[in-house]
Ligand binder design. Structure first.
Ligand SMILES: O=C(CO)[C@H](O)[C@H](O)COP(=O)(O)O
Length: 252
């Protein structure tokens, strides 16, 4: 590891388990955030020591810079085409492996990269595992043109989904609006609980100024939850009608 400070042991454990899934010659999607950054470090070290030939597409400028600095081959998603595996963090993971992402404001690129992958693996610490999505604010990326009108349309959509009067706040960085890698703004929806995530996802996607929301439904295939003692739990997406279970002694 090249970081000067010690990485969080739970995030490190999840990162190591995910990087163990990587095989020589793979085309990889690299996520964004503090957990994904640890994973990129672990991956770069493994690639270096084992001489792995990997092609990587990053989900943010920050991850692209980190990965390239650590010697990984970073290319555009269009140059690579299709990915074998994407490894990314998450803000919330529920038992169906539905996710909230976008705490770092990168969920647009993250979703494009994840959907362009044969497999998406999420890495997280136990604090990210929830029974029901919604305690973490839901990020929505919005184009600057007509921003206020888009906010009104989002609020009206929430009204129709038993989520009236929930705060819809523009994300700021200091005194200025937060601007994504794609040049857009973020609205953070404080919902507390999301009664019907597919209905909310549909309603948000139907609003013209919304570029992408942070609900990842039916996208994640495996969640690796690291524990502070270095062990991991693996949560798999249940088949239709199946009750979700964690593997072996893997309750996070
Ligand atoms: O979705 C993301 C960025 O847009 C991150 O994956 C998510 O916010 C988790 O970040 P961290 O690992 O720092 O908690």
């Amino acid at each position: 590891m090249t970081t000067s400070s010690q990485p969080d042991p739970a995030k490190l454990a999840a990162s190591r388990a995910a990087v163990a899934l990587v095989q020589d010659g793979m085309k990889l999607g690299l996520g964004t955030g503090s957990t994904a950054s640890i994973m990129v470090e672990v991956l770069a070290e493994r690639a270096r020591t084992e001489g792995l030939s990997l092609r990587c597409a990053a989900t943010s400028k920050a991850t692209a810079e980190l990965a390239a600095r650590l010697g990984l081959r970073v290319e555009s998603l269009d140059d690579i085409g299709w990915l074998d595996l994407t490894i990314d963090g998450a803000d919330e993971v529920d038992p169906d492996l539905s996710l909230i992402k976008g705490g770092g404001g990168a969920h647009l690129r993250e979703k494009i990269v994840a959907r362009a992958s044969d497999r998406m693996v999420v890495i997280a610490d136990p604090g990210k595992v929830v029974d029901r999505l919604g305690a973490f604010h839901l990020p929505v990326e919005v184009v600057p043109f007509g921003f206020d009108a888009t906010r009104v349309l989002i609020q009206r959509a929430l009204d129709g989904l038993d989520l009236a009067d929930r705060p819809v706040l523009q994300r700021m960085r200091g005194d200025a609006p937060f601007v994504t890698d794609e040049g857009n703004f973020i609205l953070d929806l404080s919902l507390e609980v999301i009664p019907d995530a597919p209905a909310l996802a549909r309603a948000l996607s139907a609003i013209p100024g919304v570029v992408e929301h942070g609900l990842f439904l039916g996208i994640c295939d495996l969640a690796i939850i690291g524990r502070p003692d270095g062990s991991v739990a693996e949560l798999r997406r249940p088949e239709e009608g199946e009750v979700p279970v964690a593997d072996e002694d893997t309750a996070p």
